[in-house]
Design a protein around this ligand. Structure first.
Ligand SMILES: [Zn+2]
Ligand SMILES: [Zn+2]
Length: 136
């Protein structure tokens, strides 16, 4: 039987993770914290069921980015690997860390009130939310 496992890791391979269930949803986030923490114009988050997520190698360095969220980075290469919102049922991994990032379809653009003008029209068929997605 084919495995439904989702696997991924950072650029250098020190930190690896695995999830044995499908992702719940994925969103493009245009908030300024995603921008500053990644250096990119926006981030795409893939939301994995928390109970099915586990680290299989390495220990990411957590960094608090707000009162309710921590972002976890590889201590060696600096890649941002996941976001952990207190009270959330998901661990949200950055799409670029997935081994099979090409299989992900995003459902929403969120925090569009902070979106850069250069992103205007990007994935414009998706529902847009000024702040959080109603799914999260
Ligand atoms: Zn790394
Ligand atoms: Zn964000």
């Amino acid at each position: 039987m084919p495995s439904a496992a989702i696997t991924g890791g950072c650029l250098c391979g020190s930190v690896r993770y695995r999830c044995d269930e499908p992702y719940r949803y994925a969103v493009h986030c245009h908030c300024s914290m995603c921008r500053k923490s990644s250096g990119a114009a926006f981030m795409t988050w893939v939301c994995l069921p928390r109970e099915a997520f586990r680290l299989t190698a390495g220990t990411p360095r957590p960094r608090r980015s707000s009162a309710t969220a921590q972002r976890a980075f590889c201590p060696d290469c600096g890649a941002q690997i996941y976001m952990d919102y207190r009270g959330s049922g998901t661990i949200d991994v950055s799409v670029g860390t997935l081994d099979d990032a090409g299989s992900v379809t995003a459902l929403d653009n969120i925090w569009v009130e902070e979106r850069l003008p250069l992103m205007k029209g990007f994935d414009g068929d998706l529902p847009e939310h000024r702040q959080f997605s109603p799914r999260s």
